[in-house]
Design a protein. Structure first.
Length: 199
């Protein structure tokens, strides 16, 4: 039940884009077409989940024992960049067609603040469950990261679908392009706030 609550809360209630406002740059930049939004969402799901696993292990098995937690942000950024490069190299060798489809999105993930934000959140923020407040363990951290990544992908795909629809409609001249996209994102954020009472 604990994992279901984590997944629902990260996807719907505490969505990384609509509630925490992390990852807005790739959200606005890659959401013009649904196909690119799906590609970016899939790449973020993989990288965010793997990065959280590696950074959690790094925090508790290297940084804390050596008492060098002050290097956390630098270490996490290097880990995320290395993972993105590793994924890029592996995809290029194993599946060139998938690498071509995701090629432009993979480097963007390195600069996606949502990936770093989740990695830091799971090792520093205390979460309440069952009346007790504590840091998430490894399994909960990975589920939290996967749920957050799925929430990012869901927001990206919904927003891309709406933007494709808006392109076909007649908007006032001053509202075309980015202004209508930002208003739409704000309305979506309000809609996602409606899920707050669920979990």
């Amino acid at each position: 039940m604990k994992y279901i609550i984590i997944i629902l809360s990260t996807i719907l209630v505490n969505n990384v884009i609509f509630a925490q406002f992390l990852g807005i740059c790739p959200f606005i930049g890659t959401s013009k077409k649904t196909s690119t939004a799906i590609g970016m969402g899939a790449a973020v799901i993989f990288v965010m989940t793997l990065a959280t696993l590696v950074t959690w292990l790094t925090q508790y098995y290297i940084l804390k024992p050596l008492k060098i937690e002050f290097l956390q942000t630098i270490a996490f950024i290097l880990i995320i960049a290395a993972l993105v490069q590793m994924v890029e190299i592996i995809l290029k060798k194993i599946s060139p067609s998938l690498y071509t489809a995701l090629g432009v999105f993979l480097p963007l993930i390195t600069t996606n603040c949502a990936v770093l934000g989740v990695a830091i959140t799971v090792v520093t923020k205390e979460f309440s469950y069952g009346g007790a407040s504590r840091i998430l363990n490894l399994g909960e951290s990975v589920v939290y990261a996967a749920g957050t990544a799925f929430g990012f992908a869901l927001a990206l795909i919904i927003f891309a679908g709406i933007r494709e629809h808006i392109e076909l409609m007649e908007a006032p001249k001053g509202m075309r392009g980015v202004p209508i996209a930002l208003i739409t994102a704000g309305i979506l954020a309000l809609a996602f706030m409606g899920f707050t009472g669920i979990v």
